[in-house]
Design a protein around this ligand. Structure first.
Ligand code: ADP
Ligand code: ADP
Length: 236
């Protein structure tokens, strides 16, 4: 009864004789609504798992299921944010953040029919929440790395995703801003309860946000520890 499932999944990069095996018959099952942190040394296959689940990458063998189906056909709304945010440079931050509303169902249809101001308000509210009030009109090159990371988090959240794939989304932030965003993420998880897969090097971050921590070993694709914790409750 899992929401995200890798079943004996193998991923290799490159061609002989330079083949890199990133996952080797790796299996992982994630229940709906869980917040899973993936931790482990650099190169152990964390990003590869996220890319598989996001449908960006295909497995060399084995299966990847999301909501009971192979990942191809828009089964769920997925939000993604990466360590190095990619924004379309010719669009404003607002239009970049709005992009999922234009292309992901059911918002895609609503976006064509409804008044655009509703969607603008939604984006402005999100930007304000992460401290980017007033930056919607700017272009990506006018923002710092940390600001882009916050904008990319807004883009990941704007279409109320059922599944969130986050690859070190807070890496470029100072400690203060980072902890503010942890708190926003936690609140969002408690209220909307998306299924989250977070790659992080920060064990404090994993402990703060996740209710399950999977530790991978340097031998690629091996999950060597897997712990479930009590889910955090809303603070009063
Ligand atoms: P991490 O985010 O864990 O520090 P890396 O910095 O090792 O990950 O890699 C970042 C991204 O660069 C990876 O997700 C992958 O797409 C790409 N990458 C990593 N290693 C290689 C490689 N040997 N050749 C080409 N691309 C790579
Ligand atoms: P992590 O996210 O844990 O750092 P990755 O999933 O990015 O690990 O990478 C797993 C392994 O695959 C590493 O050895 C990395 O160098 C290699 N790798 C990742 N992306 C590529 C790529 N595009 N081309 C070649 N090798 C890659």
């Amino acid at each position: 009864d899992s929401y995200v499932e890798l079943e004996r999944t193998t991923v290799t990069y490159g061609r002989e004789p330079n083949v890199v095996r990133a996952l080797a018959e790796t299996s992982l099952r994630i229940a709906k609504g869980d917040f899973v942190a993936l931790v482990g040394p650099s190169g152990c296959g964390k990003s590869t798992i996220l890319k598989l689940v996001g449908g960006i990458l295909r497995a060399s063998s084995g299966y990847v299921y999301v909501a009971g189906r192979e990942v191809d056909a828009e089964p769920v709304r997925i939000g993604m944010a990466f360590q190095n945010p990619t924004m379309l440079p010719w669009l404003t931050i607002r239009d970049n953040v709005m992009m999922p509303l234009k292309i992901v169902p059911p918002f895609r249809g609503e976006y064509r029919r409804k008044r655009k101001t509703e969607f603008r308000d939604r984006v402005e509210a999100l930007l304000a929440q992460v401290g980017l009030k007033g930056f919607g009109d700017k272009h990506p090159w006018q923002l710092s790395g940390g600001m882009l990371q916050r904008a990319s988090l807004c883009r990941a959240l704007v279409h109320d995703p059922q599944l969130l794939l986050l690859d070190e989304p807070f890496g470029a932030l100072d400690q203060f801003t980072r902890e503010e965003l942890w708190s926003i993420m936690q609140q969002l998880w408690i209220t909307r309860r998306p299924t989250v897969l977070l790659v992080t090097h920060d064990l404090r971050e994993a402990g703060y946000l996740a209710n399950r921590i999977c530790v991978m070993s340097a031998r690629p694709g091996r999950i060597v520890d897997d712990r479930v914790f009590e889910a955090p409750r809303p603070r009063t």
